[in-house]
Design a protein around this ligand. Sequence first.
Ligand code: GUN
Ligand code: FE
Length: 416
Amino acid sequence: MDIYHGSIVYSKSKDELAQFTDSYIAVENGVVEGIYPVLPEKFAGAAVTDFGNGVIIPAFSDLHVHAPQYPQRGIAMDALLYDWLHGYTFPLESKYADPEFAKTVYDAFVDDMIAHGTMHAVVFGTIHSEATGYLIERMENAGLHAYVGKVNMDMESPDYLCETAEDSLRLTEEFLERYMGNRTAKPILTPRFAPTCTFELMKGLGKLGQKYQVGVQTHLVESRWEAEESVRLYPECGCDTGIYEHAGLLGNGPVVGAHFIFPKEDDIRILKKYGGYAVQCPDSTLNIIAGIMQTGTLMDRGVNLGFGSDIAGGANLGVYSQVSRSVQLSKLKEFYEPDGNRTISFAEAFWIGTKHSGELFGKVGSLERGYQFDALVIDGLADPFHELTPAELVERFCYLGETGHIRARYLAGREI
Ligand code: GUN
Ligand code: FE
């Protein structure tokens, strides 16, 4: 039994934070056993790690991040999506044909993700199997909960970063067979987005999804250009999300659609039907995409939501920064388009970034009894001149926190 003393904050429900001051959290075999204001008799003699005024919170989940774009953080941020992809991102991703380059970057990426308090993630690799294999193995060995995908793209892509549908499907099946048995870092199908995938490829991926019962991640109605281009290419599917449904890619496992900024009614209906997650990437939205997700409306309509750092569309790996940015963006959305939009509360945003998105991976994202103890200890944000509640300290962390404010990190009860 491991006992930790300090303040404790987690999401009790969608819009309510639970907070405890001067309390104890007991962890048994990496799983939360309970929270106590006074240490019970049964734990007398157990070692207590004292974090004083530090606040123990659940670790975050990043539902959309491109590991290979880690070296591109904060560069070319004045371009829009199409130019950004073709001018910067695609040339960088082609370098992952070299496994040695990939190893250096992926080691740094995984370490930095953990430093930022993210213990669960849905991750894009590149089209390259060996490099993406290294990434998924690295995350599995670290014990991180993840879905990691070898990217598929077989049209409208530069020659140096384009596959044939046949090769793409063969390599993807090999990738699935190799990593299906992983314990925490699992494979996921990853068609980049409709504009770079033939329907032959999409349908082939749908068959693999059904055969191996694996889910799909992609970019969905991300920009006006992408939403229009998808329907122009596949008019018979009606909408962007409809393409994935027609291809048989939905309903085989987790469905994770990044951005979801310009959905038609049918996109929402289909995503909901399969319990898919719409992932807001607030920093990325500000940098390369001209639009704001209708977070409050989608939440009220029962669409599952998560946050993504979308490195390198976003430059910041901290999901805690995306929590606060999401609140800011929801205010802008309501200010400019008051009809049908509402500001979300901090409690709602924190719930999205921890407990709700954690559901995708299992019992993670909360500190209630039975949850895996994936936790952070936040410190160094208190004022000497007035007292803040633990929940206020957590809110402050999401607005002005840096990795230096994370004093300790736990994954399945182990300090890392
Ligand atoms: N759409 C297709 N590819 C990408 C990508 O790499 N990043 C972002 N943000 N959007 C995309
Ligand atoms: Fe992305």
